[in-house]
Write a protein that binds this ligand. Structure first.
Ligand code: ATP
Length: 367
C-alpha cells in the first residue's frame, strides 16, 4: 500500500510568499496522479513537500498511514525523477542507476539484478556502459527513470520529466510512462503544466492556480464537468470559447443571447438557470462542439450563430475557423471540407447539450 494523503497543507516560503494554500487531496495506492497548472501555481512546491525536500508550513502529510512531516527524504521510500534528470556525468549509465543502491549498502548481486531488470524494462540494456553525454535526450530520460525504478520505492515523483524533449519524443515517452505505470503497479505523482500530458496519462488530475486547488477529478471530469471558468479554459485545445451573454426568457423557454447571437438553452438545463434570467453570464462552448452549417446534415434553427471568418486554418484532419461574433472572438474546429472563406459570413451550429454557463462574478460553473 502506498497511499499519499495531503491534509490542509500550506507552504509559506521564508520571504513570506504563500505558495500553496490549504491543499487537501488523496493519491490512492497505484494511482497515477498529475498535478497540473500554469507556471508558478505551486505544483512543484507541492511535489517537493511530498518528497521531503521542502518543509511543510502547516497541515499533515500522510504516506502509507503514517504522518511523515518530519521524516527525512531518504526515509520516505520515495523516488524523485527531476526535470533535468540530474545524472552524474562522470559515471556510466550502470553506475548512475546503481548509485542509490550502493549508498544504501545493497549487496552487489542484488544491485546487478535490479539494474539489469530496470534496463530491460526501459529498453536501455545496450547503453549501460555509456556516459550520459553519449546519450540522446530520450535515453537520458530513461536512465533517470531507471534510477528511480531500481529502488522499488513506494511512490514515484516526477517533476516535468518530458519538458526537455522534442515534441515527437514527448508523445512517445508519454505512452511509455503510461505503460510503465501499469507494469510497475506503482503510485505516481507527476507534475506538468501540459494539459495534454495530464489528460493522456492521469487517473486523477489536481488542477492548481495561484497556490489553490481548483478541481480534483478524472480527465473525463475536468474536460466535461469543469468546476469553474479557469479549469474550463485550461483543459482542451484550442481552449473553450467564452462569450459574454445574458440568459433571457423567450419563445419556448430560456435563451442565451448577446450582440449578434441568440441560441436556445436545452430543456434539461433550464431549471438551473432560472435564477440567472436577465443576468449577465459567461457562455462556454468548445471548438470541437461547433460545426459548419453548410456541410452539416439535419435541421437546425435554434442552435445556429452567424459570424465573419477572420482566419481559416486548415490542419489536415480539421480546419480551425477564427470567427468574429458581434465583436467577440470565437474558434470553431470544423470538418476540413468546410467552404468557409476568410472575410465571409459563416453559419455555425452549436451542440447546445455540451454548453457551459459560468457565473460572471464568481466564475463558478452553473452548468
Ligand atoms: P513551474 O511550472 O514554473 O515550475 P510551479 O507551479 O511548479 O511552476 P512552484 O515552483 O511550486 O510553481 O512555485 C510556486 C510559487 O512559489 C512561485 O511563485 C515561485 O516564485 C514561488 N517560490 C518557489 N520557490 C520559492 C522560494 N524558495 N522562496 C520564495 N518563493 C518561492
Amino acid at each position: 500500500m502506498a497511499q499519499v494523503v495531503l491534509e490542509n497543507i500550506d507552504k509559506i516560503y521564508p520571504n513570506g510568499f504563500h505558495a500553496v494554500k490549504n491543499a487537501s487531496f488523496t493519491i490512492e495506492d497505484k494511482e497515477f496522479c498529475v498535478l497540473l497548472g500554469p507556471s508558478g501555481c505551486g505544483k512543484t512546491t507541492t511535489l517537493r513537500m511530498i518528497a521531503g525536500l521542502e518543509e511543510i508550513t502547516d497541515g499533515k502529510l500522510v504516506i502509507d498511514g503514517k504522518i511523515v512531516n518530519d521524516v527525512e527524504p531518504k526515509d520516505r521510500d520515495i523516488a524523485f525523477v527531476f526535470q533535468n534528470y540530474a545524472l552524474y556525468p562522470h559515471m556510466t549509465v550502470y553506475d548512475n542507476m546503481a548509485f542509490g543502491l550502493k549508498l544504501r549498502k545493497f549487496p552487489k548481486e542484488e544491485i546487478d539484478a535490479r539494474v539489469k531488470n530496470a534496463a530491460k524494462i526501459l529498453d536501455i540494456a545496450h547503453l549501460l556502459d555509456r556516459k550520459p553525454k553519449q546519450l540522446s535526450g530520450g535515453q537520458r530520460q530513461r536512465v533517470a527513470v531507471g534510477r528511480a525504478i531500481v529502488r522499488d520505492p513506494k511512490v514515484f515523483l516526477f517533476d516535468e520529466p518530458l519538458s526537455n524533449l522534442d515534441a515527437k519524443l514527448r508523445v512517445q515517452m508519454r505512452s511509455e510512462l503510461k505503460k510503465l505505470h501499469h507494469r510497475l503497479n506503482a503510485t505516481i505523482v507527476y507534475v506538468t503544466h501540459d494539459q495534454v500530458e495530464a489528460m493522456t496519462m492521469a487517473d486523477k488530475i489536481v488542477i492548481m492556480k495561484d497556490g489553490v486547488i481548483q478541481q480534483i477529478g478524472s480527465p473525463f471530469d475536468v474536460y466535461f464537468r469543469p468546476t469553474n471558468k479557469f479549469v474550463a479554459g485550461f483543459i482542451g485545445t484550442p481552449p473553450m470559447n467564452f462569450l459574454e451573454a445574458k440568459i433571457v426568457k423567450g419563445e419556448g423557454g430560456l435563451w442565451v443571447a448577446s450582440e449578434g447571437f441568440k441560441v436556445k438553452v436545452p430543456k434539461e438545463f433550464e431549471e438551473k438557470l432560472e435564477s440567472y434570467i436577465d443576468k449577465d453570464v459567461v457562455f462556454g462552448i468548445r471548438p470541437e462542439n461547433i460545426h459548419d452549417k453548410s456541410i452539416y446534415k439535419g435541421e437546425h434553427t435554434n442552435d445556429v450563430i452567424k459570424g465573419i471568418v477572420d482566419v481559416a486554418e486548415p490542419l489536415g484532419s480539421e480546419t480551425l475557423l477564427h470567427v468574429n461574433i458581434g465583436g467577440q472572438a470565437f474558434v470553431a474546429k470544423v470538418d476540413p471540407t468546410t467552404t468557409a472563406r476568410e472575410d465571409s459570413e459563416v453559419e455555425l451550429i452549436l451542440e447546445m447539450e455540451t454548453m457551459h454557463i459560468f457565473d460572471k462574478e464568481t466564475e463558478l460553473a452553473v452548468i
